[in-house]
Write a protein that binds this ligand. Sequence first.
Ligand code: ADP
Ligand code: ASP
Ligand code: MG
Length: 450
Amino acid sequence: MIQLSVAKFGGTSVANFEAMSACANVIASDKNTRVVILSASAGITDFLVELAAGCELSQRKIILDKVCQIQYNIINQLQSPDAVLNQIELLLKHIESLAESASLATSPALTDELISHGEMMSTLIFTQLLKEQNIPAVWVDVREIVATNDCYGKASPDDIKTKKQAQQIILPLIQEQKVVITQGFIGRDPNGKTTTLGRGGSDYSAALLAEVLDAKDVLIWTDVAGIYTTDPRVVKDAKRIETISFNEAAEMATFGAKVLHPATLLPAVRSNIPVFVGSSKAPEQGGTWVTKDPQPRPTFRAIALRRNQTLVTLSSLGMFHAKGFLANIFNVLEKHKISVDVITTSEISVALTLDKKGSTSQSEILSKSVIDELSQYCRVQIEKQLALIAIVGNSLHTKKGIAKDLFNELENYNIRLISYGASTNNICMLVNDDEVDHIVKGLHYSLFKS
Ligand code: ADP
Ligand code: ASP
Ligand code: MG
């Protein structure tokens, strides 16, 4: 019996023929990698999201051309393009007609149906590429496996149904020595409609399938050789973290480290499945292992950042010594399925940050009806163009001098909000979006220079 690994390759890893060929090498060199989850080729989901928002015919044509170009560029380099051409053409026709429907009236269900086509195309093409390299690849429609609720744009999986279906469909294929290629990001609701797990959700799909298939690990192959002390695109000399705990990685992902989708760690933590993050183009460089209890655990581990944050300040003199104010406003937010991230309170006001957290939904996070309902209880102030920085670490609450380290560095900047103490793993602050890169560079230097 093999010790199963579930591997996931992200958008840049399947962006073109060379990148896909590198993924094929990664698979060929590890006999345990027998379930493979793919994202759409880089750029495709963004184009499909644009189409799903509804565009004019001329714009639809431009976008569709770009989608075709990305996929045909890969197909044309296959030995037998004809093996997949009909299926891809059919999917492209579907995209065209769904985009036309979206131009008349959009809906969350239509959006999910449309954007699922990216993963459908990448997996079909990649399966053929693997077959041409004599890898016994078999394509599986993940919607037969991943069952979700009908919360389009950010659906939640039904773990029990997913487990049953995964074991029925995937295990026999593994027994037959196949390498199963399937889609990340998408699932199916009880009505048979396609759903998505939120932007970047393929990581989550991989961890979920690893859990239900009792895999020994999840291998996230991406465009960076691991998880770094901060986004290496922002700070060039960010350092790779060799081992990191589930908790720390979850904090990083939640607060913006795009390298892992925040929900990825849920199944991994629940079932204690190690997660590896490495580069599909340079697997020899190694990567980061995310595990339950790695040592050592430094005070400062990493800095995560998330742009485009909205801060809502709700003030009411009625809050002074009053009961039920917070309950009222949270009921409104709950009713509109808005999740609150960071929160601070004073005697007469509460400030909170809201984030779409990667939903594919197109709607404004704070609609007029939400604002109107909140306004029944308090004055509502909204600020945008903010960014959230999270300093992630361990036992931050027990260390002396932490504030000095941070505030020295922040001397020249306006800090809009600070949240410290709720978690022992992070300190969060809200700053101006246009200053966030400078702040992160400075903080990174002062916290990690040694
Ligand atoms: P994929 O398409 O493979 O899912 P993503 O673009 O979602 O890849 O995630 C990889 C990117 O995450 C990197 O290119 C990097 O810019 C970004 N990133 C943000 N924070 C970090 C971090 N702390 N360590 C590594 N990468 C990070
Ligand atoms: N293709 C989807 C996205 O771009 C899912 C993923 O890549 O994980 O968000
Ligand atoms: Mg990703």
